[in-house]
Design a protein around this ligand. Structure first.
Ligand SMILES: [Ca+2]
Ligand SMILES: [Ca+2]
Ligand SMILES: [Ca+2]
Ligand SMILES: [Ca+2]
Length: 282
């Protein structure tokens, strides 16, 4: 990346906050937050395991939930249709006939108990969701947090609702994302994909490249005072100027690399700006 392509010009002094505000106006809409922090905890998140039309490894399914190959014909999504850049060869679909098809997977979170109970663990649920042409068949994905007994729901978040109007009546999938703080007491998370048929006989709720990951509850609060403000921005700019997490001058753990790709770059700046705009940590 050329330095001239980077957004922040270090050393602007008092102009920094103003510039951040301008970027908020320009970029805060239309960008889904990337998964922050840790790895994707889902098994078979992109439908690549197993065989198309057969059982779906990693997920317990109901209805006619199935895996379909891109370019399968019959109006199914093409490899060139809107969707995940990392889609590989298969996606999830609602299947041949059921008006509602589901797939669920439980993620055990006991290894994170300490941070969860301190209220310092955040989560991100994301996925590419969509449907067929002008039909309103769609996909919703929810995560519900449970205690150690697996009985009492402690909280829930969901993404979905990518109906025809949101797709411009085109076949394909759009990225949706939601995040928050993992409720205190959580020991497992139940992720449910729900495909809903609105038209025709085939349930054309589609999904690919789902992700459920945990990270810091407020990763952009780089000095840990509960707010994302100018002090954090100064720290961020220092890391942005170094760019590479491998730089010996970078803070240990490279905390400003919010999307975990090994660089502190414009993608991280977008994440920072969103948090800066909200100011107070969740
Ligand atoms: Ca896939
Ligand atoms: Ca349909
Ligand atoms: Ca702060
Ligand atoms: Ca990064």
């Amino acid at each position: 990346m050329k330095q001239s392509e980077r957004w922040i010009k270090v050393g602007m002094g008092g102009a920094m906050s103003l510039m951040v505000s301008g970027v908020v106006l320009a970029f805060v809409t239309g960008l889904a937050a990337p998964a922050l922090g840790g790895p994707n905890l889902l098994n078979n998140p992109g439908a690549e395991a197993g065989v198309a039309g057969s059982i779906v490894p990693g997920w317990n399914t109901t209805g006619t939930f199935e895996v379909v190959s891109y370019n399968a014909g019959g109006g199914f999504p093409l490899l060139t249709d809107p969707g995940s850049p990392n889609r590989e060869s298969k996606f999830f679909a609602g299947g041949s006939s059921a008006p509602t098809s589901t797939a669920l997977q439980t993620v055990l979170l006991g290894q994170f108990a300490g941070e969860i109970d301190a209220g310092s663990k955040g989560f991100t649920l994301s996925g590419w969701l969509g449907g067929f042409s002008s039909q309103n068949d769609h996909c919703d994905v929810s995560v519900t947090f449970y205690d150690s007994a697996g009985l009492a729901p402690l909280g829930q978040a969901s993404i979905g609702g990518v109906r025809a109007a949101e797709r411009g009546s085109n076949t394909g999938m759009l990225l949706r994302s939601v995040g928050g703080v993992v409720p205190v007491g959580t020991r497992e998370a139940l992720v449910i994909i729900t495909m809903t048929r609105e038209a025709g006989t085939y349930n054309d709720g589609y999904a690919d490249d789902l992700s459920f990951s945990l990270g810091a509850a407020c990763p952009c609060d780089l000095n840990g005072d509960g707010f994302v403000e100018d002090t954090d921005f100064t720290i961020f700019v220092g890391a942005y100027n170094l760019l590479d997490c491998a730089d010996p001058s970078m803070a240990p753990g490279c905390p400003a690399d919010f999307d975990g790709d090994g660089l502190v770059d414009d993608a991280d700046f977008v994440v920072f700006v969103q948090a800066y705009n909200e100011l107070v940590c969740p």
